[in-house]
Design a protein around this ligand. Structure first.
Ligand SMILES: [Zn+2]
Ligand SMILES: [Zn+2]
Length: 643
C-alpha cells in the first residue's frame, strides 16, 4: 500500500501501482477533462502513470501554463502521426511545445505546401475525433535504437545514442510511436482547438552544416474562441512585422551582400536611433553614470584573462594585426575594468557607474538571425557598477527604478524573473548568498512580484531579467542586472577601505533597453510604425497644393525647424490625395496642407495620422502644441518606484 497526499489537501491509501487518475478519484479531485496531468514530487506525470511509492500530487489543468504546454506538445505528436499517414516517406525529427504553440521538424523529400497543411489538419481532426489514448512504455535504449533503425528513423536513432540512461520512454497513440519524456494529455480528444500556422526551413539541431528540415508550426487552445483570438493576434503581428515596416518606413535594411545579421541604418532609422541614444544619455547622466568608451577590439590576452576565450570563444570574431591576435568585443566589460584599474581607488569614490553605448559583435548562427531582434552586430546600453558589498542592494534598487521609469516612457508592461545559482558555478557560498539576498531584497523594497528561475543564473553570479510586454502581449527580454564575482577577481580590482586595507569591490553588469537593435525592432512593432511625436523621425510633412504657395510652405517649415522640429516639405508635382496617402503610409504624425487660402490668411490646415482635422490654425499655436508633444518625455514615477 502507498499513501498519496493531495498538495494542500487530504491523503488516501492505495494499492501500489494505482494510477494517478485513480489516486485523484480516491482524493475526490474532479478530473472531468480539465485535468490533463499531475505534478508529483516536482515531476510531471501522465494521468495513466502508475504510482509506486508515497508522494504528494497536485493536478495540472488545461488552463494552467503547464497544462497548455502539455496539450500543445501532445498536438505535435498528433501532427507527426498525421504527416506520417499522408507522407509515408517522411522521417520525423523533434516536436516540442514553444511559447505560443508547437512545431515538429520533418525530413521530407518535397517541401510542404500550404495545401498540404490543410490536408494535415484534416487528418489531425480525424485522429482527435478517435480520442486515441497516449500510452507510455519504457524499453531498453538498445532495443529502441534497433526499432527506430528498422523504420529508418535516423534522427531518433541519433537522439537515442546521446541519451545516457539505459531505459527510455516511448509514447504511442494510434499507430505512431515517438521517443519522448512526456507527459501527454490522456488521449487525443483532449486537443480541443488547433491550427497549423506556418512552414519554414530549419537545420537539424540548428546547425547549418546539417540537413535542412521542414518545420511545421501549429498552435492549440482549450477553446475555439481562444484559438480565434490568438489567430487574430498573429494577423496583427504580421501587419506590424518590423522587417516589413522597416523597409516601408525607410528605417533600415539587412543586405545579403553586406552580411547576414548586419544592420544598415537608412536616414530615418539612424535618426530614430540617435533620438533613443540622446534619451539614454540624458537619463544616465541624471542618475550619476559616467560615460566611457572602449575600443572595438582588444588583445586576445585580455579576453583570456576575462575568461571569454574559455567560455565564449565560439561567439567571438578575431583579427590579426602585426602578428598580434585581437578579439572583437562581444561585451563591453573588459575596457571598463581597465578604466577602474587605471588608478588607485578609495571607498569614497564608490559606487562608480561606467556607462557605454557599446557596439558588440557576436557570432550567431545564420539560421537563428531574425530582422533586428537577432543580429550579429548590435549596440547595448551597457553599464558596469563597481561598489562596496554594502552598496549592492541600493544600487540594484536604483537600476530597477531606472528600468521601470524607462518602461513607463515607452508604455511597456513588464515581468520580472530572478535566476539563481546554477549547478556549475564559481564563487563562494557566502558570495552567492550575499548577491542573491541583495537581489531579493531589492525586489522586495519595490514590492515587485517576480518569478524564480531556479539554477538559471550565469555561472559567475545571480541575475534579474526584466521582460517587457508589448502592445500585443508578447514578451521580450530587455533589461538585466547581473552580479559578477569573477571579473573583479580576475582583474584584481581593489579599493582602499576606511580601515586603510585593500578590499574587493562588488560588480554589477546591467542594461536597461538591452540591444538597441532589438529594442527598435520591438518599438516598431509595439507602435505598428506610428511613433509618438517625440520619436517620429519626421514629425511634420508640409503639403503645398500648388507651386504658388511653395515659398509659404518653406517659410513655415523653416520656422518649425528653428525649434528643432523634424519637418519635410513634399513639393513634388503630385496630386494632394496622393501625397496624403504617402504621408499616411510613412506614418508621419502631422500633415500640414497649405494652399492659396492658408497663405492669404497666414494659417495652416492640419491633418493628423488618426484622421483628426483642424483648419485655420495659426503657425504660433501649431508650433507651441508641437513643441510640447516633441519633448522627450521625462520618466514619470512608475508605480513601483518610490523616489
Ligand atoms: Zn511527447
Ligand atoms: Zn558586462
Amino acid at each position: 500500500m502507498i499513501t498519496i497526499k493531495l498538495d494542500h489537501g487530504p491523503a488516501a491509501t492505495l494499492k501500489g501501482g494505482s494510477t494517478v487518475a485513480q489516486a485523484f478519484q480516491a482524493l475526490n479531485v474532479d478530473t472531468d477533462r480539465q485535468v490533463v496531468a499531475a505534478r508529483g514530487d516536482g515531476e510531471l506525470l501522465d494521468l495513466a502513470r502508475a504510482l509506486t511509492h508515497d508522494c504528494t500530487l497536485s493536478p495540472v489543468t488545461l488552463n494552467s501554463p503547464e497544462g497548455l504546454e502539455i496539450m500543445r506538445h501532445s498536438a505535435s505528436h498528433v501532427m507527426a502521426e498525421a504527416v506520417r499517414d499522408l507522407f509515408p516517406e517522411v522521417r520525423v525529427a523533434i516536436g516540442p511545445a514553444i511559447e505560443s504553440g508547437f512545431y515538429y521538424d520533418f525530413d521530407a523529400p518535397e517541401p510542404f505546401t500550404p495545401e498540404d497543411l490543410g490536408r494535415i489538419e484534416a487528418r489531425m481532426a480525424e485522429i482527435v475525433a478517435q480520442d486515441l489514448p497516449f500510452v507510455r512504455a519504457e524499453e531498453p535504449r538498445e532495443q529502441a535504437i534497433n526499432n527506430f533503425q528498422a523504420y529508418g528513423e535516423t534522427y531518433k536513432v541519433e537522439l537515442l545514442q546521446e541519451i545516457p540512461q539505459d531505459k527510455v520512454s516511448l509514447y504511442r497513440q494510434g499507430n505512431f510511436v515517438d521517443l519522448c519524456r512526456g507527459p501527454h494529455v490522456p488521449s487525443t480528444g483532449y486537443i480541443r482547438a488547433f491550427k497549423l500556422t506556418g512552414i519554414s526551413g530549419a537545420y537539424w539541431r540548428g546547425d547549418e552544416r546539417r540537413a535542412m528540415l521542414q518545420r511545421i508550426y501549429g498552435t492549440a487552445f482549450p477553446s475555439q474562441e481562444e484559438l480565434e483570438r490568438h489567430l487574430e493576434l498573429l494577423e496583427e503581428a504580421k501587419r506590424r512585422d518590423h522587417r516589413r515596416l522597416g523597409r516601408e518606413l525607410g528605417l533600415f535594411s539587412i543586405e545579403e551582400e553586406a552580411g547576414p545579421g548586419m544592420v544598415i541604418y537608412h536616414p530615418k532609422g539612424a535618426l530614430l536611433r540617435s533620438i533613443i541614444e540622446d534619451f539614454e544619455r540624458r537619463e544616465h547622466f541624471k542618475r550619476g553614470y559616467q560615460m566611457v568608451m572602449g575600443p572595438q577590439m582588444l588583445k586576445a590576452e585580455l579576453w583570456e584573462r576575462s575568461g571569454h576565450l574559455e567560455n565564449y570563444r565560439d561567439h567571438m570574431y578575431f583579427s590579426e594585426v602585426e602578428g598580434q591576435t585581437y578579439g572583437i568585443k562581444p561585451m563591453n566589460c573588459v575596457a571598463h575594468m581597465l578604466i577602474y584599474k587605471s588608478r588607485v581607488r578609495s571607498y569614497r569614490e564608490l559606487p562608480l557607474r561606467f556607462f557605454e553605448l557599446g557596439t558588440v559583435l557576436r557570432h550567431e548562427r545564420s539560421g537563428v538571425l531574425h530582422g533586428l531582434t537577432r543580429v550579429r552586430q548590435f549596440t547595448q546600453d551597457d553599464a558596469h557598477i563597481l561598489c562596496t558589498p554594502q552598496q549592492v542592494e541600493s544600487e540594484i534598487v536604483g537600476v530597477l527604478d531606472f528600468v521601470f521609469d524607462v518602461m513607463a516612457v515607452f508604455g511597456f508592461d513588464y515581468e520580472v524573473e530572478l535566476s539563481t545559482r546554477p549547478e556549475k558555478s564559481i564563487g563562494t557560498d557566502a558570495e552567492w548568498e550575499l548577491a542573491t539576498t541583495a537581489l531579493i531584497n531589492a525586489l522586495a523594497a519595490r514590492d515587485l512580484p517576480y518569478h524564480i528561475c531556479q539554477g538559471e543564473g550565469a555561472f559567475y553570479g545571480p541575475k534579474i531579467d526584466i521582460k517587457l510586454k508589448d502592445a500585443l502581449g508578447r514578451r521580450w527580454q530587455c533589461a538585466t542586472i547581473q552580479c559578477d564575482f569573477t571579473l573583479p577577481e580576475r582583474f584584481d580590482l581593489t579599493y582602499a577601505g576606511p580601515d586603510g586595507e585593500r578590499h574587493r569591490p562588488a560588480m554589477l553588469h546591467r542594461v536597461i533597453l538591452g540591444s538597441l537593435e532589438r529594442f527598435m525592432g520591438v518599438l516598431i512593432e509595439h507602435y505598428a510604425g506610428a511613433f509618438p511625436v517625440w520619436l517620429a523621425p519626421v514629425q511634420v510633412v508640409l503639403l503645398p497644393i500648388t507651386d504658388r504657395v511653395h515659398d509659404y510652405a518653406e517659410k513655415v517649415a523653416n520656422a518649425l525647424r528653428k525649434d528643432n522640429l523634424r519637418v519635410e516639405v513634399d513639393d513634388r508635382a503630385e496630386k494632394l490625395q496622393y501625397k496624403i496617402r504617402e504621408a499616411q503610409v510613412n506614418k508621419i504624425p502631422y500633415m500640414v496642407i497649405v494652399g492659396d487660402q492658408e497663405q492669404a490668411n497666414g494659417t495652416l490646415s492640419i491633418r493628423q495620422l488618426d484622421g483628426t482635422k483642424s483648419n485655420d490654425v495659426s503657425l504660433k499655436d501649431f508650433k507651441n502644441r508641437l513643441k510640447k508633444e516633441a519633448k522627450i518625455p521625462s520618466p514619470k514615477k512608475s508605480k513601483h518606484s518610490r523616489r
